[in-house]
Design a protein around this ligand. Structure first.
Ligand code: PMP
Length: 417
């Protein structure tokens, strides 16, 4: 795992220095949210100590400085995803809001009765429920592409669903449960051939893989700052050049207008048309520090590091008795969210025992109930890795899991007697 200087990275994360339950904290819940480096925390404090002002309005020095810093982050976001134009980047609250923005501002005008929206069974609820609400408003129909037993998306099933009535194909780039990376370029070509647009839920890919929205070929790309070292409360929606201009506003209010008259209003230029009210200025600026941090590491190196630790995790988990991994084994087509079940032990019990070792993993349905049903399980455990995780973290997880298996095997043996 020589792709990143992990010891040095760990030093940048104050939260990792603490003990939890008398043990060194091993944070493996990165698919839920990541920890924040000192650089991001400092950017937030520094903003409030030196710059705080409302943006896009005042002509005083602080307002200009805050506006410049906020707008500079738009450029950093564009660079992170390979977008040519920072005006195609809209700041939202999170991935969920980005998807809801599209469902309202694009969906209401472009999806009608009997039209179809194609999703997959591996979607997060935030890429299902906004479309269910749209379908209810418009009388549209949702279709779900299947997931194969190996945890990959069933492209044949997707192909069979995309047709003349399809208006949108909306799929996750990297599954937050299975780790699967979907072949977005292929899916986009399939959808575009039928005249449908493509939204990609990039909540799990933007933090972990090098990105180029042109190569992906999608029309919308949504993600959250908090899963990539940034603060909570900041999300991104990118749209293909020209697309945002064709869309109605999502929320109305200050900042998003050009002229307001009693009988109606005209809209500001994009992206401001989609950023009504005072935005989350401080957190956007701190997100800029997170993007700088990732750029210095290099997304190629981040990806290689995660491939190495994920491969080691899959190998170690496979050797544990009674452990089943849900998702592809090949790290070439997957990221570092590793879901697993342990025979005879409820995921919450596994998590509780592992937590007593200072190890934070997740147990539950991971906001993917359709996928849980497809996998035939009520819930799973999930360990998810990031730049500050190393071999020692993995060993602690495995030691804790071994202990959980031992405790429960003994308990059930005793009950049987
Ligand atoms: N999509 C995926 C794949 C996710 O993993 C998540 C977060 N778990 C979301 C969407 C929603 O992100 P947020 O809660 O930041 O809106």
């Amino acid at each position: 795992m020589a792709h990143l200087d992990v010891a040095r990275i760990q030093h940048d994360f104050p939260i990792l220095k603490q003990e939890v339950n008398g043990r060194r904290l091993v944070y493996l819940d990165n698919a839920a949210t990541t920890q924040k480096p000192r650089q991001v925390i400092d950017a937030l404090v520094q903003y409030y100590e030196t710059t705080n002002a409302n943006i896009h309005r005042g002509i005083h020095t602080l307002a200009v400085r805050a506006t410049d810093q906020y707008e500079a982050v738009r450029g950093k976001v564009a660079a992170h995803i390979g977008a040519a134009n920072s005006a195609d980047v809209v700041f939202t609250r999170n991935t969920t809001e980005s998807i809801n923005l599209v469902a309202r501002a694009w969906g209401d005008a472009n999806v009608g009765e009997g039209d179809e929206i194609v999703l997959s069974l591996m979607e997060h609820h935030s890429n299902i429920v906004p479309w269910q609400l749209l379908a209810r408003r418009k009388g549209a129909v949702l279709r779900y592409a299947d997931v194969r037993d190996d945890g990959t998306l069933d492209l044949d099933s997707l192909r069979a669903l995309v047709g003349r009535r399809t208006r949108l194909v909306s799929v996750v780039h990297m599954s937050n449960v299975l780790g699967t990376i979907n072949p977005v370029a292929e899916i986009a070509a399939m959808a575009h051939a039928q005249g449908a647009l493509v939204l990609v839920d990039g909540a799990q890919s933007a933090p972990h893989v090098p990105l180029d929205v042109d190569t992906l070929g999608c029309d919308f790309f949504a993600f959250s700052a908090h899963k990539m070292l940034g603060p909570t409360g900041v999300g991104v929606l990118w749209a293909k050049p020209g697309l945002l201009e064709t869309m109605d506003p999502f929320l109305g209010g200050g900042e998003m207008i050009s002229v307001v008259k009693p009988e109606g209003s005209t809209w500001a230029q994009v992206p401001h048309k989609f950023e009504a009210g005072t935005p989350n200025i401080a957190d956007v600026i701190a997100f800029g520090a997170a993007l700088d941090y990732l750029r210095h590491l290099g997304m190629e190196a981040v990806r290689e590091h995660e491939k190495a630790i994920t491969a080691a995790a899959i190998e170690a988990l496979t050797r544990l008795p009674g452990v089943t991994i849900h998702g592809p084994r090949n790290v070439g087509i997957r990221g570092g969210a590793v879901s697993f079940s342990v025979d005879g032990i409820h995921p919450h019990d596994v998590s509780t025992i592992v937590d007593s070792y200072g190890v934070a993993i997740r147990a539950g349905h991971h906001c993917a109930q359709l996928l849980m049903r497809r996998l035939g399980v009520p819930a799973t455990n999930r360990a998810s890795f990031y730049i500050y995780n190393d071999e020692r973290d993995l060993q602690t997880l495995i030691e804790a899991l071994r202990q959980a298996i031992k405790v429960f095997t003994h308990d059930s043996a005793r009950t049987a007697v």
